[in-house]
Design a protein around this ligand. Structure first.
Ligand code: SF4
Length: 201
């Protein structure tokens, strides 16, 4: 799927877009352009794979629920992430028509991506691209979420069977809030980093 086509769709919805061939180049760009800021992370396998916590920490104050500082737990760190200058996250799926989709269990990721920051950056690998919004929602629920449940070692039917979502009532269910970004939120500087590599789940 042509990255340039997705880029045009996202730009028409108000986003600034940059395309990179590799995660390494994208990481270097972010480390170069985000400096002297407080930075919050939404839980994201993509950001983890890119090593962005380490890349951004020398020149910024970074809060990441996956790297809680000593004496701080997930809730406290994730709460800090909601009021930083910059918020970084990924999405579970991106439609060629420019809509993005995220699914969240706790809500820190979708909350932080909507409000409370001067800038939000979405980092998205090519594997997240699908033709339509319907397919983006389907991918989010039936591919990204089961893979995430498996990664986390949860006792949910999707993690055990690994094939699709069972809309479970498991106590360990991670699918509670489904968000569709139809366009960029008002009064927000929002950037999408497209990477021509498979990234995240
Ligand atoms: S609702 Fe349950 S079965 Fe479906 S993806 Fe989420 S955790 Fe897995």
């Amino acid at each position: 799927m042509a990255m340039n086509q997705v880029m045009e769709a996202l730009e028409s919805k108000g986003y600034t877009v940059h395309i990179f061939s590799t995660a390494r180049e994208a990481s270097a760009y972010l480390a170069r352009t985000i400096r002297g800021k407080t930075v919050g992370f939404g839980d994201s396998a993509t950001l983890l794979e890119m090593g962005l916590y380490k890349a951004l920490s020398p020149d910024n104050e970074v809060f990441d629920p996956q790297h809680c500082p000593e004496g701080s737990d997930f809730h406290e760190t994730a709460t800090h992430c909601l009021t930083t200058d910059v918020f970084l996250t990924s999405v579970n799926a991106l439609a060629r028509t420019g809509e993005m989709v995220n699914l969240d269990g706790t809500g820190n990721r979708i909350a932080g991506s909507l409000f409370g920051h001067r800038k939000v950056v979405f980092v998205v690998g090519r594997n997240k691209l699908v033709p339509t919004l319907d397919e983006a929602i389907w991918r989010t629920r039936n591919i990204a979420a089961p893979r995430n449940a498996k990664r986390l070692g949860l006792r949910t039917p999707c993690a055990l069977r690994g094939d699709r979502c069972y809309d479970c009532s498991s106590p360990e269910r991670i699918c509670n809030g489904l968000l569709v970004y139809l366009r960029k939120m008002n009064d927000l500087d929002a950037e999408v980093i497209l990477i021509d590599e498979d990234m995240g789940l």
